[in-house]
Design a protein around this ligand. Structure first.
Ligand code: HEC
Length: 129
């Protein structure tokens, strides 16, 4: 008899521990979802491929730019100071409307979703190196 009630107690505690674990997990998931950095994370656009296709011939696939364009004022996306002094809206506007003499406008060739994904890609160059 004594053994049985011990078993029951053990079972109840196990269930309690398990369910509080599930609750904790769910809370953590929600917090992570809320702190996702940008909308770009939800898009189905393959921003790396898109950048490679439309931008890398001038900006290089690593984002630091190519020498002949750099001398024409092209920024280095891996530069932390450049990242700090440019907002997402400015980057999106540059992609949409072009910039200076040489950066072409892409608004007729890319959707807003693709532009948003490319803003995320440009931001991504800062984190490496
Ligand atoms: C024909 C070459 C060329 C292509 C293609 C090109 N860029 Fe550029 N980009 C430039 C040059 C040159 C500049 C510097 C413009 C200036 O400040 O005069 C520039 C500037 C930029 C800037 C900085 C704007 C600012 O506010 O300083 C961003 C962001 C950018 N490009 C993103 C992109 C993206 C994303 C693509 C692909 C969709 C792309 N570029 C395609 C040449 C190019």
């Amino acid at each position: 008899m004594k053994n049985l009630s011990f078993l029951r107690l053990a079972l109840v505690s196990a269930v309690l521990v398990l369910s509080s674990g599930a609750l904790l997990n769910r809370t953590m998931l929600t917090t992570q979802g809320a702190s996702l950095p940008s909308l770009a994370a939800f898009t189905s656009v393959d921003a790396v491929a898109l950048f490679g296709e439309k931008c890398a011939m001038c900006h290089n696939k690593h984002g630091e730019g190519l020498p002949n364009w750099r001398t024409k004022g092209q920024p280095d996306f891996t530069n932390a100071d450049w990242q700090k002094t440019h907002t997402d809206a400015q980057i999106a506007a540059a992609i949409r409307n072009g910039e200076g003499k040489y950066m072409p406008a892409f608004k007729d060739r890319l959707s807003e979703e693709e532009i948003a994904a490319l803003v995320g890609r440009v931001r991504g160059f800062a984190k490496k190196r």
